[in-house]
Ligand binder design. Structure first.
Ligand SMILES: Nc1ncnc2c1ncn2[C@@H]1O[C@H](COP(=O)(O)OP(=O)(O)OP(=O)(O)O)[C@@H](O)[C@H]1O
Ligand SMILES: [Mg+2]
Length: 249
């Protein structure tokens, strides 16, 4: 079975969507569109495929995600929460009142409890109590979680635990992650890129004094995929990818 990303051109080149039940990684620099992609994936699942989802936010407070989605793209996250199609799980550090209807599990960041285990606990609780049918999940983002583990071995072990836990819950998950702005040719990837089933990158590359947005499928285990750089943009309907167009640099 395939799980559609909701980004039409991407689903087409993936052969119908993402193979079900795995964890994928979407990397990008600040403002690349990671959150937009994540929200789009969850909401499209509900409206297009009747697949429910869990959105876990660690970095940005939920009111900001909900407001941006509504104001920038006209996407209504709250009504999907009310219908029990979406669980918005707040693990963000800011203790600000969540929007009406938001399922708030007390933010764990900045506390001793900020760990992979606590995030897995939040997802499991949301699935059990709110949306037992949930098939999709987004973790926005994993970078902060990973920074706390200084030893690469421990970081890798914790990441494996997260992926194992999400897979056991039968969630097709997109982990969002930060990508340091470096040269596209010698990009350094963290262990998350090696452990995920597939890796997608939203690059922002400079050509003279213009920044160009470029989408790349870096890795996808078990299937062939286009290796070329594809322009993408963020517009009124969210992230769009243009596989047939050339990247001008
Ligand atoms: N309707 C729109 N049309 C074009 N661009 C938009 C629109 N709405 C939002 N944007 C832009 O989309 C960008 C992506 O925002 P988003 O929050 O998805 O990025 P992000 O990668 O999650 O960023 P962060 O690193 O802060 O988490 C923002 O820079 C914003 O300016
Ligand atoms: Mg974001």
């Amino acid at each position: 079975m395939r799980v559609k990303t909701g980004i039409t051109n991407l689903d087409r080149i993936l052969g119908g969507g993402l193979p079900e039940g795995y964890c994928y990684l979407l990397l990008g620099g600040p403002g690349a569109g990671k959150t937009t992609f994540g929200v789009q994936y969850i909401l499209n699942g509900i409206t297009e495929s009747d697949e429910t989802g869990i959105y876990v936010t660690l970095d940005e407070p939920p009111f900001s995600i909900v407001n941006n989605a509504r104001e920038n793209f006209g996407w209504d996250m709250i009504s999907q929460e009310t219908r029990h199609k979406l669980a918005l799980v707040d693990a963000s550090p800011m203790d600000i009142d969540a929007p009406a209807g938001t399922y708030r599990i007390k933010g764990a960041l900045g506390t001793e409890d900020f760990s992979i285990d606590s995030v897995l606990g939040l997802v499991s609780t949301a699935k059990r109590r709110l949306i037992p049918t949930a098939r999709r999940c987004v973790i926005d983002s994993v970078s902060g979680l990973l920074f706390q583990y200084e030893k690469p071995f421990i970081q890798r072990q914790q990441l494996l635990k997260l992926i194992k836990g999400l897979t056991e819950m039968r969630l097709t998950t997109i982990l969002l992650g930060e990508l340091p702005e470096e040269s596209i040719d010698n990009q350094r990837f963290g262990p998350e890129a090696y452990l995920a089933q597939g890796v997608f990158v939203m690059h922002n590359i400079r050509s003279k004094n213009v920044m160009t947005e470029v989408f790349q499928i870096k890795k996808l285990r078990g299937q062939k995929f286009p290796k070329k750089m594809m322009p993408y943009s963020i517009g009124k309907s969210g992230v769009e990818i243009y596989p047939e167009e050339k990247v001008f640099v």
